[in-house]
Design a protein around this ligand. Structure first.
Ligand code: AMP
Ligand code: MG
Length: 462
């Protein structure tokens, strides 16, 4: 079955055809077998390697790279685009995208490559987010190679194959709006409606589409904030129109609870710090609204934007209530939750381990500073109707035991880079895929970072 890319229906204003550039001696180091099976990609491992390294086309489809713009760290850049990624095909409604397969017309002087380290991090974080039930792009496979790629040091080139319903970002709309091409903005909105939200077509379709984007973005951010995920580069070109977490770079899961946590070493001003993410997403939605102002009345855009905060608070609160096992809504609950978070911050406690310990009511392990809080918590929990074991089960289904801590990723990266040993990637992949379950024999993987990993630095250049 030949499946062409539906994105090409939009016409050549939106993309360029590209030729992928081979890596030396490329080899598959991990395959997401479940994803391969669900997409019914019936290729041998050698055929998959050839496709995922850009050596062979996928079902004869010509790869394309799309053009977009974006606000980067608050400043508008009129042309960005897929500078190191390209769409290579589509299957069962999902687009396949190679990240790191060489330059495109949008590379802006950069090399079009991705390094092994960043591909492994993206691959593992995609499965981690999926495991945490946060909307995300997925990854099908990682290819490593003997090609040199120059960053701060010489590293090896790699390609990660991403899978998503759509690569369209806020920045795609910004590009055409900034060029005064209202017809192309409209055509893009029609395309998104047609293929992703056909139920919204008809009266007020553009407003309803925008409302949907506000809602999916709010849900995504609620998941990030509840699970301690910091994205690091929330530029509008990294915001998915479908509310998927996209473009993993210097992301990090927060470990010691700290609202002003900044994961991106290059983010000197802390624009994208953990606690600023909800506000930044709204700012980004406002930039998208600016791009849609010829399709939607300004007052309606304002009303739609006003729905962001209540949606976010509702979803975030629901997640946090489940994390604390507070199913009934009782006055003082928010205070109880916030007081615990503040104690974690003051006492430099690990967010995930501390939350997980609530289940077993092992307050003692957090130290004497938590005693009076736990007294309040025990009293509050008494008011719940569910039996303790049922409540615990529910809490354990939102408080992960396994989190992609930077040191865990780093161990997997070092083994892969230095020893060509890819076992650790597989181990982490399996743990992160079902992070709420106990995996026997892998208890140590929920340990906090060892001393050597206290100062790992992450930045944009990967
Ligand atoms: P990011 O914020 O990392 O998602 O990337 C911002 C922009 O830079 C996008 O247009 C990317 O395609 C582009 N880009 C990032 N790294 C490279 C690279 N090594 N080669 C070409 N383009 C790149
Ligand atoms: Mg990007």
């Amino acid at each position: 079955m030949i499946s062409s890319l539906k994105f090409t229906e939009l016409g050549e204003d939106y993309f360029s055809r590209v030729t992928t550039q081979e890596l030396k001696n490329s080899h598959l180091i991990h395959i997401n077998k479940d994803l391969q099976a669900s997409l019914e990609i019936k290729l041998s491992n050698e055929e998959l390697r050839a496709v995922c390294s850009g050596e062979e086309k996928f079902e004869k489809v010509e790869p394309i790279a799309s053009v977009y713009a974006g606000h980067q760290f608050g400043y508008f850049v009129p042309q960005l685009g897929d500078g190191r990624s390209c769409l290579i095909g589509e299957i069962k409604g999902y687009e396949l995208s190679l990240k790191g397969a060489g330059t495109t017309p949008f590379s802006r002087g950069a090399d079009g490559r991705a390094v092994l380290r960043s591909s492994i991090r993206e691959y593992l974080c995609s499965i981690a987010m999926e495991g945490l039930n946060i909307a995300t792009t997925k990854c099908l496979a990682i290819v490593a190679s003997d090609s040199d790629v120059y960053r701060e040091h010489v590293e090896s080139g790699s390609i990660v194959t991403r899978v998503f319903e759509s690569n369209i970002r806020f920045g795609h709309f910004e590009f055409f709006a900034a060029n005064g091409q209202t017809e192309n903005v409209k055509k893009l909105a029609d395309f998104v409606l047609e293929h992703y939200y056909p139920q919204l077509k008809g009266k007020n379709c553009y407003l309803n589409l925008f409302k949907k984007i506000v809602q999916t973005t709010a849900s995504m951010i609620a998941g990030w904030q509840a699970q301690g995920f910091a994205h690091g580069v929330m530029n509008t070109d990294n915001m998915s129109i479908l509310g998927l977490t996209i473009d993993y770079g210097p992301f990090s899961f927060m470990e010691n609870y700290n609202p002003s946590f900044i994961c991106n070493h290059s983010d000197n001003q802390g624009r994208y710090s953990f606690e600023r993410q909800p506000g930044v997403a709204l700012w980004n939605l406002e930039r998208l609204a600016d791009s849609l102002k010829n399709l939607i009345r300004e007052a309606n855009l304002k009303d739609a934007l006003a729905e962001y905060q209540p949606t976010l608070i509702k979803e975030y609160s629901a997640l946090m209530r489940r994390k604390f096992g507070l199913l009934k809504n009782i006055e003082g609950d928010s205070e109880l939750i916030n007081d615990f978070l503040e104690l974690l911050y003051i006492n430099k406690k690990d967010y995930h381990r501390s939350m997980r310990q609530l289940t077993s009511l092992e307050g003692q392990t957090l130290g004497a500073n938590f005693n009076s809080w736990f007294k309040r918590y025990y009293e509050r929990v008494e008011k719940e109707d569910e039996k303790a074991n049922e409540r615990n089960k529910l809490m354990n289904s939102v408080n992960p035991k396994y989190v992609l801590r930077n040191y865990l990723a780093e161990v997997a990266i070092r083994k892969a880079e230095d020893l060509n040993d890819y076992e650790e990637i597989d181990t982490l992949f399996n743990l992160l895929k079902s992070p709420f379950e106990n995996h026997e024999g892998f208890e140590a993987y929920d340990n906090e970072a060892p001393d050597w990993a206290q100062n790992l630095e992450l930045s944009c250049s990967s």
